[in-house]
Design a protein around this ligand. Structure first.
Ligand SMILES: NC(=O)C1=CN([C@@H]2O[C@H](COP(=O)(O)OP(=O)(O)OC[C@H]3O[C@@H](n4cnc5c(N)ncnc54)[C@H](O)[C@@H]3O)[C@@H](O)[C@H]2O)C=CC1
Ligand SMILES: NCC(=O)COP(=O)(O)O
Length: 343
């Protein structure tokens, strides 16, 4: 990461806890050893929950220069009043515009990485946001097909990637295909090399059904879809095991055997991750030309404005973004892409 390129952080929904956790990160930047960052969003959303110094800036470079003066914020004004815990349409537009600018600044190279603050999917859907989440939005802005990115939730002792993400559970089984499972698996494996520097990544793949289908007696997705996708990845030279029963894949001894778990649906991956690491979980989008991370938690409207929000997951997202950017830089300097083992 070059000296003048901070991380761009979109503040997320102005009525959520994004403004509070990023302000707390700035206040704790020395103890937490955080990289320089510039926030993007409405400065009033920070003022509503924090009485520390704010430096209104006009570019990431300017934010970097003034980082020690106050929390640097590139302003995106919300059209309405901001009341913590009470989201509205104007706030959703502000969250959307902040996200757009943070991604744009990172894509053009003015910022080293993007960290996205928590948004309310419901509020965004109501103003016409057509993507299931920020993951797919960033993928589209980067020109990457949504099936070639993967949403990884990462904590100190578990990394988990769901194949299907923000769709109703009743549709998850229908959405699984050999190609989708294989492409998410490939994105996960490449992502482990490119963002975490793991030279020979090991992937463990869950089944969908109880006991991974019990040899077809409890469901056939393992035989017809997940198994063939694993075979494809193995044929490409990747170290992949599965399909394994999901209920026995996440205890301590099991987790020691793999670098990431590929799960079939959202909660199959996110429940173990959040049970183990809610306060330090990071959401990282794999398969992008830029680095994008986010804290694992949401908008927490129930506690916004009450000074109860823990900044630790946001701090972990900043550190993960810095480390991933540095990892990619080191690979590039070695003339490598990180797209396959040894490559
Ligand atoms: N990265 C993102 O943009 C994400 C957005 N969401 C969105 O957030 C909204 C709310 O989702 P929920 O399922 O309620 O999850 P949530 O993470 O916002 O809240 C769940 C519970 O954890 C608490 N909590 C969350 N973060 C905390 C923190 N940093 N410190 C202390 N307590 C914290 C909340 O007060 C609440 O009781 C939804 O609209 C969802 O779409 C959810 C997850 C990630
Ligand atoms: N459950 C994870 C989540 O909601 C974050 O999704 P995204 O907005 O980062 O795609």
């Amino acid at each position: 990461m070059t000296a003048t390129r901070p991380i761009a952080v979109s503040l997320g929904d102005p009525a959520g806890i994004g403004p509070e956790v990023i302000a707390k990160c700035w206040a704790g930047r020395h103890e937490l050893d955080l990289p320089a960052f510039v926030a993007i969003g409405d400065p009033r959303s920070v003022e509503a929950v924090w009485d520390g110094p704010i430096a209104v800036v006009d570019s990431p470079e300017n934010g970097f220069e003034r980082f020690d003066e106050g929390l640097p914020v590139i302003p995106i004004r919300s059209g309405g009043e901001i009341t913590p815990g009470q989201p509205d349409g104007a706030g959703a537009h502000c969250a959307y515009d902040s996200l757009e600018m943070a991604v744009g600044l990172t894509r053009e190279g003015a910022a080293a990485a993007v960290v996205t603050g928590p948004v309310s999917k419901k509020q965004l859907y109501e103003i016409g946001f057509t993507h299931p989440g920020q993951t797919e939005f960033v993928a589209e802005r980067c020109g990457v097909s949504k099936s070639n990115v993967a949403m990884m939730l990462a904590g100190p002792s578990l990394r988990a990637v769901p194949v299907t993400t923000h769709i109703p559970l009743s549709e998850a089984s229908e959405a699984l295909t050999v190609d989708l499972v294989a492409s998410r698996g490939r994105a996960a494996l490449r992502g482990l090399i490119r963002n975490f520097g793991i030279e020979k990544p090991r992937l463990a793949v869950t089944g969908l059904n109880p006991h991974a289908g019990e040899n077809g007696a409890l469901g056939t997705e393992e035989i017809e879809i997940i198994g063939p996708a694993i075979d494809q990845l193995r044929d490409e030279g990747w170290d992949v095991v599965g399909p394994l029963p999901a209920d026995t894949m996440f205890h301590d001894r099991a987790r020691a055997k793999y670098d990431a778990a590929l799960a079939m649906y959202h909660d199959q991956a996110l429940i173990p991750l959040k049970a183990l690491h809610f306060d330090e979980g990071v959401n990282i989008t794999l398969g992008l030309p830029i680095v994008r991370t986010s804290p694992d938690h949401g908008t927490a409207f129930d506690i916004a404005g009450t000074d109860q929000a823990e900044p630790t997951a946001m701090a972990a997202a900043l550190i993960c973004a810095r480390d991933a950017a540095n990892c990619r830089k080191a690979l590039a300097q070695a003339g490598r892409t990180g797209m396959a083992i040894g490559k």
